[in-house]
Design a protein around this ligand. Structure first.
Ligand code: 26V
Length: 810
């Protein structure tokens, strides 16, 4: 088809005006900032849709092998600046908006975050999509179009309060509803068997409707697709006929269908309302599988070669039911015999594990799966039986081995272990940092690794340099462009060349001036969101991530209180002024995490208002942490706190974003911190505390936190001050339980064991900050070492070693 005189041929300011008039329907001379945001987005959208069509056509024509990335979470953040950047429209858009007396940054700030994820796992999926598009890999992300994403956090009287995140309330310019792409998803009922054929007599059905988001590649015209499913009443369900006149009941029935995609589940809350979560998992997997099977059958006459044309990746165990679903499709709907179908499955799936924490490993009661997915339960049982037969031949007579391996946990209520289903159903299983992958095969998957050592591998996480450097830190991006050229955006190894500049004063001055400007920007955000004024000349000490006991925000607070007491005891010492900055959400039902947030506020209130302290110490909590807030925080940090108990943080990715923006890390030997150390050099990072084997040995030998309390007077004074109510005089016992959990309750994450080492290392941080030139040198050395942490490197490894997909070329 010949599409002539496309509007995108016109200069950008004209395109914006045209969209104001024709799409937004306002007078360009009277357009509000929000109208301008809509119109600018439409300009980008029009160009992206052209790229989408071209990419799809190319991939169809070549019958390309594709990767399908199944994830319950995609923490996309905002789209406008990223889209303009990818389309090389940033300058034009700035010029267009200037004609309306607006700045692009202010207009971009009006967009709401698409926060369809909890934290690291969801943001990783978003960085991966960016890299898949940029590398030109034929790829599809599949997820859920939650009506409500990650809750919004407000702080009231020092405590977290949650509000629903109705991000779609005013619509989003970035989605492409695909009215014609809809699939039925069935639930419940029972199974009958006739001549070896299983027939699932389902009891309920919903329709899954596709909404696409186009993911632009950078430095290429390729795009990727994020297809999100919304649950709606099935087409044959006629509300009017169903209950003439009884609108209330009709509406509530409609809601019963639609509630499946209503809200994102918090990942670290205790199990509650779980049936809906299981339905969510199956809902998006079933729709995605139908979609990929349909696409395959459009290009090929048979499913027999499916494994040659698609690699399906499970982002954690949430989509693991897909293994049983593909078996059901092949055997029940396409007449495959079991062995043939199983061989195909085993070549198709791969799985990433994102945590070792036992509480976080997903299991489902057999009774619930029986009720919601009876046919899948049969399939899981058969997979398990054949798997255990095989394992029994490997170690005859070892019943404990089989019990540990089984897909069914038989201790107590029988439950399906989704991680085991994922391992058995996948050709490759990976962890997300070298340490984590090593621990996987020695702990939770040790038995599987003894059976299939080659199945396990490592894919160290990465972050996209487009969002986390080019867009978040335009000052540093410009300096890098001037120094290295602009190739670093898609070849982050270029950063290595900064080592040539280590003795260059002019470069160092520019680098520090940029950091300073970013700190001013962050100080403004702090002032705006908390009312607290902080000095950009103080050391900005940053811990931003979900609040969890294992991440040990509390250890950081203990250090702050210790420092406060030391300042009061010795006010004339040459203190390095510090601003300690926290941000992060606590799961709404996670009481200990919420109590830590409140403690941060209570301690902050005391310290920030103590005239004896002044600028020497400030403690702030930036509310509602999310992708956009992070984009302001990362570039403004001097010090990155990565202080999890060794062996607990699978990787971390905030650690990468902070170091990439020139923060020095104070951290434990955990997750990707270890690889950051290896890449920036031991002398350019502050590592403290017990190492993973030491943590294990101490647990085995018997850990006695009381000894640390008894033997370290400074630590004791900190714990007594908090536990005794010094920071909560209106309710002195507010933190007694929290402190008792450390001293008397076993201190599961060993804060007290690491405290002395942490404080001593913080003193080294201070000493270095007294030497600004040396600090700067090490910060630059950090940036120079971060090339390997580009998600482009990670995705290239997945593509080569696991998925075996390649780009089609431009
Ligand atoms: C952890 C925990 C800890 C115990 C209590 C319940 C609970 C629930 C969820 C989680 C984390 C779930 C998976 C996850 O988000 N993992 C994160 O994945 C990131 C990307 O690979 C990685 O950088 C983080 O280290 C890892 O925590």
């Amino acid at each position: 088809m010949n599409v002539s005189a496309t509007p995108s041929a016109a200069p950008l300011p004209e395109q914006i005006n045209a969209h104001l008039l024709h799409t937004v329907a306002v007078d360009p001379d009277r357009a509000s900032p929000s109208d301008l945001m809509q119109a600018t987005a439409q300009v980008a959208r029009a160009q992206l849709s052209k790229r989408w069509v071209a990419t799809q056509t190319l991939e169809r024509t070549h019958k390309a092998r594709r990767v399908v990335y199944l994830s319950m979470e995609f923490l996309m953040g905002r789209t406008l600046s990223n889209a303009l950047d990818a389309l090389n429209l940033t300058q034009g858009a700035s010029a267009g908006l200037a004609q309306h007396a607006q700045q692009l940054e202010d207009i971009a700030d009006l967009e709401r975050d698409a926060a369809l994820g909890n934290g690291g796992l969801g943001r990783l999926a978003a960085c991966f999509l960016d890299s898949m598009a940029t590398l030109g890999l034929p790829s599809f992300g599949y997820g859920i179009r939650y009506e409500y994403g990650m809750f919004a956090q407000e702080i009231q009287n020092g405590s977290q309060v949650e509000y629903p995140d109705s991000w779609l309330q005013d619509g989003t310019p970035w989605e492409f509803p695909r009215a014609d792409i809809t699939y039925p998803v069935r639930f419940g009922g029972w199974v009958t068997h006739k001549n070896d054929i299983a027939i699932w007599q389902h009891a309920g059905e919903v329709a899954a409707k596709a909404y696409d988001m186009v993911v632009p590649g950078h430095g290429t015209t390729k795009v990727s697709t994020l297809r999100l499913w919304k649950a709606v009443a099935p087409a044959h369900f006629d509300l009017g006929a169903f209950n003439t006149g009884d609108y209330a009941r009709a509406a509530s029935t409609k809601n019963e269908f639609e509630n499946i995609s209503w809200v994102l589940y918090p990942n670290d809350s205790t199990p509650a309302g779980r049936e809906l979560r299981l339905k969510q998992e199956y809902f998006f997997v079933a729709a995605s599988m139908q979609d990929l099977v349909k696409r395959h059958l459009n290009e090929h006459p048979t499913l027999h070669n499916l494994a040659e044309h698609v690699a399906i990746h499970l982002n954690d165990t949430h989509p693991a039911i897909g293994v049983a679903e593909l078996m059901r499709i092949l055997c029940d709907e396409h007449g495959f015999n079991w062995d043939h179908a199983w061989a195909l499955c085993g070549k198709t799936f791969s799985y990433t594990n994102h945590t070792l924490m036992p509480e976080a490993l997903e299991t489902w009661p057999v009774s619930l799966i029986q009720q919601v997915l009876p046919r899948h339960l049969e399939i899981i049982f058969r997979i398990n039986k054949e798997f255990l037969d095989l394992a029994a031949r490997f170690r005859p007579g070892d019943h404990e081995f089989l019990k540990r391996l089984s897909l069914i946990d038989e201790t107590g209520e029988r439950r399906v272990r989704m991680a085991h289903l994922s391992v058995v159903g996948s050709q490759q299983v990976n962890g997300v940092s070298a340490l984590h992958s090593e621990l996987l095969v020695h702990t939770i998957f040790a038995d599987f690794a003894s059976l299939w050592p080659k199945r396990f591998t490592n894919m160290t996480n990465g972050v996209t340099p487009r969002r986390w450097l080019a867009q978040a830190n335009p000052g540093l991006a410009r300096l890098l462009d001037d120094t290295l050229g602009n190739q670093w955006r898609t070849n982050l190894d270029q950063l290595k060349r900064l080592e040539d500049r280590l003795g260059d004063h002019d470069f160092a001055n520019k680098f520090m001036a940029i950091k300073r400007a970013n700190k001013v920007r962050l100080a403004d955000l702090i002032e705006k969101t908390t009312g607290i004024t902080v000095s950009p000349d103080s050391l900005f000490d940053v811990q931003v991530k979900r609040i969890h006991e294992y991440k040990r925000q509390l250890l950081n607070v203990l250090h702050v209180v210790g420092r406060y007491q030391a300042i009061l005891a010795n006010p004339d010492a040459p203190w390095v002024p510090r601003t300690v900055i926290f941000a992060g959400k606590a799961a709404s039902s996670y009481q200990a995490a919420k109590s830590i947030i409140r403690l941060i506020h209570d301690v902050g209130l005391t310290i920030n208002n103590d005239p004896r302290v002044g600028d020497k110490l400030k403690l702030v909590f930036i509310p509602n942490y999310g992708v956009s807030v992070a984009e302001t925080i990362m570039p403004g940090a001097d010090l990155s706190e990565q202080v999890s108990t060794a062996g607990t943080e699978a990787s971390g990715t905030g650690n990468m974003k902070l170091a990439l923006n020139g923060a020095l890390t104070i951290g434990t030997d955990d997750g990707a911190n270890i690889e950051i150390r290896q890449n920036v050099g031991d002398e350019n990072i502050f590592i403290f505390g017990l190492k993973t084997p030491e943590v294990r040995d101490l647990r085995v030998a018997g850990y006695h936190p009381l000894n640390y309390y008894d033997n370290n007077p400074a630590l004791r004074a900190v714990l007594d001050a908090i536990g005794g109510g010094q920071f909560s005089p209106d309710e002195p016992s507010r933190y007694s339980a929290l402190m008792n959990s450390l001293v008397w309750g076993g201190d599961h994450y060993m804060l007290l064991a690491d405290y002395a080492s942490y404080v001593a290392t913080q003193a080294q941080v201070d000493a270095l900050y007294h030497q600004p030139d040396e600090w700067c040198r090490r910060a630059i050395r950090n940036v120079a070492g971060m090339g390997v942490f580009s998600s482009d490197r990670t995705i290239a490894q997945y593509a080569n070693d696991i998925w075996h997909v390649t780009s089609l070329g431009d």
